[in-house]
Design a protein around this ligand. Structure first.
Ligand SMILES: Cc1ncc(COP(=O)(O)O)c(C=O)c1O
Length: 367
């Protein structure tokens, strides 16, 4: 199959760029003496997870239990579920994941959840690996750093079926701070909370073999933290417009550390005027959570605008640039994770040839 034969709208992965991204991050963490547990919430694709592990990743992060179920049954090992697993229905399913992948890690931020997990694991005759989740300023999940974290760690220690392994601190609010120096300053300030808590754990003799966190935007900042053992970056393997605009370490406007490997392929299905072309990719083909629009790759002189669930409008900004009926154009998506989540499969491209088609098996699996 070639690019011209792919039914549109479709999600495409440029394999050359993707492979360079994977190799670059793998080399980066190796040089820094850190581990990498890439976040698969970005791609939700077991094939990509296997490739990240083959390139040296120590395991794979998942955001949700349902993603863990997909990755575990695909044989992906050393999973870390980065969101708290709460309630009997979820905890029951977690036991199922552990049956396949017993080394799976979860995070906790509340003593009731610690008790719930402890009891369930005891009943199942299992031991569950646990990290204490720290709120490093994202105001999402996580116990407060310092003494509250130590207290929670002690609660974990009282549960015979729970095995405390360390800490998680994800500073998502720092990942897209514009400009490298500002991003570095902000990230170091907030990740300092995690590092202080780590010191406190060490002083108290609490287990500390895993201290995990970090993002694509801070991948070259997080490695400066001596106490961080592993990075959880996700988007780096495919990238998106949201990341491209945050500015690089070299002071440039574009963040060029990783390459834009992900596109949505669309077809021009109507040409109502000389200034306008309609494509078959609208609100159901791209995520719409960002204040900017998809960008046409290698078709300058047009500007995308939303035109409904199934339609996108290309307005000509340079004379003579209106694409003809039937033209196929690739677009960079504004935000990779929620865009990928809209598709069942990804076409892995080598130039114009489809080298493979991979299932986005955890797509829609947010339960
Ligand atoms: C807990 C956690 N870790 C890591 C990541 C990866 O971040 P990024 O895709 O910005 O590299 C995310 C993304 O939202 C996350 O929620």
């Amino acid at each position: 199959m070639t690019r011209d034969e792919i039914p549109t709208p479709a999600l495409l992965l440029d394999l050359d760029r993707f492979e360079r991204n994977i190799a670059k991050m793998a080399a980066h963490v190796k040089t820094a003496g850190k581990k990498l547990r890439p976040h698969s919430k970005t791609h939700k694709c077991p094939e990509i997870a296997h490739r990240q592990v083959a390139a040296g990743a120590a395991g794979i992060c998942v955001a949700k239990l349902a993603e863990a179920e997909v990755m575990a049954s695909a044989g992906v090992r050393n999973l870390l579920i980065t969101t708290e697993v709460v309630g009997p229905e979820k905890v029951g399913r977690l036991v199922g994941v552990l049956a396949r992948q017993p080394e799976t890690l979860v995070v906790v931020d509340h003593p009731d959840n610690v008790r719930e997990l402890g009891r369930a694991m005891e009943k199942a005759g299992l031991v569950l690996n646990v990290l204490v989740d720290i709120d490093v300023g994202g105001r999402r999940t996580g116990v407060q750093p310092g003494d509250p974290a130590v207290e929670l760690a002690r609660a974990v220690g009282r549960e015979p079926a729970l095995n405390l392994r360390g800490l998680q601190g994800y500073a998502g609010h720092c990942a897209h701070v514009m400009g490298f120096e500002e991003r570095r300053r902000t990230s170091r300030r907030w990740m300092g909370r995690l590092m202080k808590t780590r010191e406190l754990f060490e002083k108290q003799g609490l287990p500390m073999d895993i201290v995990t966190g970090g993002s694509t935007g801070t991948f070259n900042i997080d490695v400066e933290l001596d106490g961080l053992t592993e990075l959880q970056s996700g988007s780096y393997c495919v990238m998106d417009l949201d990341y491209r605009r945050i500015g690089g370490k070299d002071g440039g406007a574009d963040y060029g550390d990783f390459e834009m490997a992900l596109t949505v392929l669309a077809t021009v299905i109507s040409v109502p005027s000389a200034e306008m072309a309609m494509i078959d990719a609208g609100l159901k083909a791209f995520s719409t959570d960002k204040p900017f629009v998809p960008e046409a790759v290698e078709w300058p002189g047009v500007e995308y605008s939303w035109a409904g669930d199934e339609h996108g409008r290309l307005t000509v900004t340079e004379p003579g640039r209106r694409p003809p009926l039937g033209e196929r154009i690739e677009f960079f998506p504004p935000h990779c994770d929620p865009t990928i989540n809209l598709y069942d499969r990804i076409y892995a491209m080598r130039g114009d040839k489809v080298e493979a088609v991979w299932d986005i098996a955890a797509r829609g699996r947010s339960q």
